[in-house]
Design a protein around this ligand. Structure first.
Ligand code: ATP
Ligand code: MG
Length: 485
C-alpha cells in the first residue's frame, strides 16, 4: 500500500485545475473501499464497472438538469410574492427509494393547505444515488398544527420544537416547521429565556434553506410536482460532488465549529470533494473546536468512524490539523512514527471493511482501535498497564467528555491484550470486556497479519492479573466537578 503522507490533500488539490478538491485517498489507490460496496452504497465516480454505468447515466441526468435552462421554468409558474425564488429542477427521484410514510406525511400536510417538502440528507442522498438513512420533512405548518393532523405524533424538544410522526416498527418521520437563523441583534439582546425563543424563530422555506450548514444539505424536494427547490446552489454542488458551506465558510464554522466535523464526515462517507474556500476555512477555524460542546464532539468523532469511511475521515482530520485539536495524542504519534508505519491507517481500513460488511461496530471497539497504537506505545514496558492507560486517557476524557463506561473499558481491554494475544486469556473470558477485547485483537490480526503478533506483548506487570478479574469499580471513582461555562 502506498504511504499516505501529510500534505496529500493539499497537493492533490493544487494539481486540479477546476474548482473542486480533495479526491479521497482511495482515488490515489490507498483507500479502504471500492469492491466491497453493494449497489446502494456505491457512490458516483468510483471505478467503473457494470453497476457504475447506471449511476453514470444518472449523473448525466443531474447534469442535464442543472444545465438545462428549461428546468428553471417552473419557478415562473409560482406566484410572484416578492420572496427569493429558488432555482427549480424537475426531477423524479426514485419512488422506490422514497420512504412511503414520509411521502404520506408530506402529502397530508399539502392537502391540508401547508407547504411541505422532503429536505436535508434524504434529498442529498437520493440525488447522489444512495439510499437515505432516514427522511426528514419540513413544512410551513406549526408544530401544534402538525400534531393535530397526525394522531400518531408527538411534539418534542424545548429549544427546537419538532414533531415526531410515528409509524410501525419504530419508524419516526421528523417533521420540522421552517425556521430562520436568529438575527445578530436578537442574539446580542438575548437573555437565557430569549435565547430559547430565538433559537426557534419560525420562518419561510427560503430562510430555512439558508440556515442549514452545507449547500448539498439544503435542497427541498416537492413530491407533488417532482421538483427540487434550490435557494443555495446545492444542485450544482451535488453535480460537481462538492461540500461547500452556505454563506462564508469561516463565519459558518465559527458559528458552530462542529460543522467542521460534519464537512469531513460528508466528504468521507459520500466520497465528495471539499471546495478550496471551505477546506481553507476548516484549517483556519479548527482551533474553535476546542470551544464546542464536548458531548457533541465525542458523538461526531464516533460518527466519523461509524459510516464505513473512518480511514478517509480520520485522514482528513489529520491533514487539516483538526486531529491536533481533538486528539493530539494520536496526531503526535502519527507525526513521530516511522515513515513506513501505516498501522493506524491499516487498522482504520479494517474498521471500514467490517462496517461495510456487517454494519457499525461497537463504540468501545471503535475508540479502542482508534487510540490503540499510541496507547500501545505508552504502555510499552509499563509495569501497571491499567494505570498507564488511565494516565494516557485522562486528557482525552477531559477534552471530549468520554463517558466513564467507555474510558474504563478501553483501559481494561488494553490491560487484557497481552494475555489474549498469547492465548493466556482463559480466566478473562468471564469478564464483560472479553468479547470486545477479542474483537479488537481480531481487527489487529486482520489488518496487520503477522505484524500483529506480539503487538501487545509486554512483560506481565503486577496488576495485569488483577485487571482481568477486577470489576470496573476497582479504582475509586474520581469525582470530577462540573465546570460551569
Ligand atoms: P446524515 O445522513 O448523516 O443523517 P443529514 O444531512 O441528515 O446527514 P443530520 O445531522 O441528520 O444530517 O441533520 C439534518 C439536516 O439538518 C442537515 O441536512 C442540515 O440541513 C441540518 N443541520 C444539521 N446540523 C446542522 C448544523 N450544525 N448547522 C446547520 N444545519 C444543520
Ligand atoms: Mg439525518
Amino acid at each position: 500500500m502506498p504511504a499516505v503522507g501529510a500534505g496529500f490533500w493539499y497537493r492533490a488539490r493544487s494539481r486540479l485545475e477546476f474548482n473542486m478538491v480533495t479526491p479521497s485517498p482511495e482515488k490515489a489507490g490507498v483507500g479502504p473501499r471500492s469492491a466491497d460496496l453493494d449497489d446502494d452504497e456505491l457512490a458516483l465516480g468510483e471505478p467503473a464497472d457494470a453497476r457504475d454505468h447506471e449511476l453514470e447515466e444518472f449523473r448525466y441526468q443531474v447534469e442535464d438538469m442543472v444545465d438545462d435552462e428549461e428546468s428553471s421554468g417552473a419557478a415562473a409558474e409560482r406566484p410572484d410574492d416578492g420572496r427569493p425564488r429558488p432555482t427549480v429542477h424537475r426531477i423524479e427521484l426514485d419512488e422506490e427509494r422514497i420512504d412511503q410514510d414520509a411521502a404520506k406525511v408530506v402529502r397530508r400536510l399539502v392537502r391540508a393547505g401547508y407547504e411541505a417538502y422532503l429536505v436535508g440528507g434524504c434529498v442529498r442522498d437520493l440525488l447522489l444515488g444512495r439510499r437515505p438513512k432516514d427522511f426528514d420533512v419540513c413544512t410551513s405548518a406549526r408544530p401544534d398544527d402538525v400534531r393535530r393532523l397526525f394522531r400518531n405524533s408527538r411534539v418534542i424538544g424545548r429549544r427546537f420544537r419538532l414533531v415526531h410522526v410515528l409509524f410501525g416498527g419504530g419508524k419516526v418521520i421528523e417533521t420540522a416547521t421552517f425556521r430562520r437563523a436568529p438575527e445578530a441583534e436578537d442574539e446580542r439582546a438575548a437573555t437565557e429565556d430569549l435565547l430559547i425563543r430565538n433559537d426557534n424563530v419560525f420562518g419561510e422555506a427560503h430562510q430555512d434553506a439558508r440556515r442549514r450548514d452545507f449547500t448539498i444539505n439544503a435542497l427541498f424536494y416537492d413530491l407533488g410536482r417532482g421538483e427540487v427547490l434550490d435557494w443555495v446552489g446545492g444542485m450544482p454542488d451535488i453535480e460537481r460532488r462538492a461540500v461547500h458551506t452556505i454563506g462564508k465558510p469561516l463565519v459558518r464554522f465559527l458559528e458552530d465549529p462542529v460543522r467542521i466535523l460534519r464537512a469531513i464526515k460528508f466528504s468521507a462517507k459520500l466520497d465528495l470533494g471539499i471546495t478550496p474556500e471551505t477546506y481553507d476555512a476548516i484549517v483556519e477555524a479548527r482551533k474553535a473546536l476546542a470551544r464546542a460542546a464536548k458531548p457533541r464532539l465525542f458523538e461526531e468523532i464516533l460518527r466519523l468512524m461509524r459510516e464505513g469511511a473512518a480511514h478517509r475521515a480520520l485522514f482528513l482530520c489529520w491533514e487539516t490539523g483538526v486531529l491536533d485539536v481533538l486528539l493530539p495524542e494520536l496526531s503526535t504519534f502519527l507525526a513521530a512514527r516511522e515513515e513506513d508505519d501505516d498501522r493506524v491507517w491499516q487498522l482504520l481500513q479494517e474498521i471500514d471493511r467490517r462496517t461495510v460488511e456487517r454494519g457499525p461496530l461497537d463504540d468501545v471497539v471503535l475508540w479502542t482501535v482508534l487510540l490503540s497504537e499510541p496507547l500501545r506505545e505508552a504502555c510499552d514496558g509499563a509495569r501497571d498497564r491499567v494505570e498507564t492507560a488511565h494516565d494516557f486517557l485522562e486528557g482525552v476524557v477531559d477534552r471530549l467528555n468520554v463517558p466513564r463506561r467507555i474510558a474504563e473499558s478501553i483501559r481494561r481491554i488494553v490491560a487484557l491484550m497481552p494475555r489474549l494475544e498469547s492465548g493466556r486469556g482463559g480466566r478473562s473470558s468471564r469478564t464483560p470486556h472479553y468479547p470486545i477485547a477479542m474483537e479488537v485483537l481480531d481487527i489487529y490480526r486482520a489488518a496487520l497479519g503477522d505484524a500483529a503478533d506480539g503487538a501487545f506483548d509486554a512483560p506481565e506487570g503486577p496488576n495485569d492479573s488483577a485487571a482481568i478479574t477486577a470489576s470496573t469499580e476497582r479504582r475509586p471513582r474520581r469525582r470530577r466537578r462540573r465546570r460551569r461555562s
